[in-house]
Design a protein around this ligand. Structure first.
Ligand code: NAG
Length: 418
């Protein structure tokens, strides 16, 4: 604990103690000035200190003012891990790290929250901070199944890191803050949390080891992981009933950097079958790669073309991303996104959600991630099936639509493949 360390010297670049900082906060209920922290005791002068009695993220019953100590709105922190065996990715005896994601309290999520904080290369940032040890670790365990690792790392910060309120650069002591320190801290913390969740080791300790023949029950896997994590864990199988992903859910008390990650039950149930689940070895080779019943390389190509229609409503989505009830439907193309899901484009350009929260396809939009379920044909964004608009378009009016609830008209968005 840090109670004996109330004065933290701020050391300037020249190594001189330049100022003294008394970390404390004003407790609104008791009216006291309290010098309290949470964290592991290694608080640096650049880190924002937080009171210890803040509510857990997503459990507050009133407003919490300090957005640097209270993760909001993405108060559910998910640590996601992958097991890619064909082609094999990462060490033979480890699930690889995919990311640390801030989900909303209701299970939906935001993405790409602050373009002005985007980075071009995680590797370049980490190198500029001399983080060679961290980079070595990341090279080993934080793997892109589909290209360069740096592309995945960079994507993870731009997509998810920018949505975390407690590691914004403004949360740092500005007199010592060096540009992108928060980016470095995002990667450090993600690796640190990942290292506390050794999925493959936990499974192996309970006899669930990689094997081409051996199968396991859903119960065996969930009992094993839940016992170690302390809460129900979410896991996902691929279409060959092979274990593929494991997600650990947390609430957070305090900030991403110095707060406590508290395990919570997964917010989804596993769709894996009750029995016959495999953990395929990473050197597993399908007998014939073209056999449709064996896992093969991920399909590539020019994508799927189709029309977008609000289910049960008149009209179509037109090429700008707006809803129109007269005229012909515009063609949209779904292209497999590099890190899962789909990017979507129309003749106007990539589609995404603009700063008003509306669907927009244009030359200025970046390709954002949508999900498309081939079985039911619905296009989803940010974990929700629901889309809404303020009104059904009349005559020549074009109406913006947005993911989630909130409009007077709600519908699912059907992608009619052509
Ligand atoms: C929880 O805190 C956030 C951030 O201050 C606030 O926007 C939200 O309304 C709070 N929730 C409740 C139930 O008061």
């Amino acid at each position: 604990m840090l109670f004996n360390k109330l004065v933290i010297p701020l050391v300037s670049a020249a190594g001189q103690a330049s100022a003294y900082y008394l970390p404390s906060y004003f407790h609104e209920v008791t009216g006291q000035q309290l010098p309290l922290f949470v964290g592991d005791g290694s608080l640096r002068a650049t880190e924002h200190s937080c009171p210890i009695d803040l509510p857990l993220s997503c459990t507050n019953t009133s407003e919490v003012g300090d957005s640097c100590c209270f993760e909001y709105p993405g108060g559910v922190l998910l640590q996601t891990q992958f097991w890619d065996y064909y082609p094999p990715v990462g060490p033979d005896d480890m699930f690889t790290l995919h990311g640390l994601w801030p989900d909303l309290c209701n299970g939906q999520y935001e993405q790409f929250c602050d373009d002005s904080s985007n980075i071009d290369s995680a590797q370049a940032v980490l190198e500029s901070f001399g983080e060679t040890e961290l980079l070595e670790k990341m090279n080993r365990v934080w793997k892109n199944f589909n290209g360069h690792d740096d592309d995945l790392w960079t994507h993870e910060f731009n997509k998810h890191g920018t949505c975390m309120s407690t590691i914004k650069s403004s949360c740092y002591d500005q007199s010592t803050y060096k540009k992108n320190q928060n980016v470095v801290d995002f990667y450090k913390k993600t690796v640190e949390i990942f290292e506390t969740l050794p999925t493959a080791k936990w499974l192996a300790e309970n006899g669930i080891v990689p094997s081409e023949e051996q199968t396991y029950t859903k119960q065996q896997i969930s009992d094993t992981l839940n016992a170690r994590f302390g809460q129900p864990v979410y896991f996902k199988c691929n279409r060959f009933n092979a274990l593929q992903e494991v997600w650990y859910f947390h609430h957070l008390q305090g900030s991403i950097l110095t707060g406590d990650f508290v395990p919570i039950p997964a917010m989804m149930n596993s769709g894996c079958p009750e029995t016959g689940i495999k953990l395929l070895p990473k050197n597993f080779k399908p007998p014939t790669p073209t056999d449709p019943h064996q896992p093969g390389p991920k399909p590539t190509g020019d994508g799927m073309r189709g029309f977008l229609k609000p289910k049960g409503q008149p009209g179509c989505i037109i090429s700008t991303g707006r809803w129109y009830s007269s005229g012909t439907c515009a063609g949209f193309t779904l292209v497999k996104a590099p890190f899962g899901g789909y990017n979507m484009k129309s003749s106007k350009g990539w589609c995404g959600i603009n700063s008003d929260g509306d669907l927009e396809c244009s030359r200025v939009m970046k390709a954002m991630q949508f999900a498309y379920d081939k079985e039911d044909g619905y296009l989803t964004y940010g974990g929700t099936y629901r889309w809404s608009a303020d009104d059904v378009p009349k005559a020549w009016k074009q109406v913006p639509i947005r993911p989630g609830y909130g409009g007077t008209v709600e519908f699912k968005l059907h992608f009619e493949a052509q």
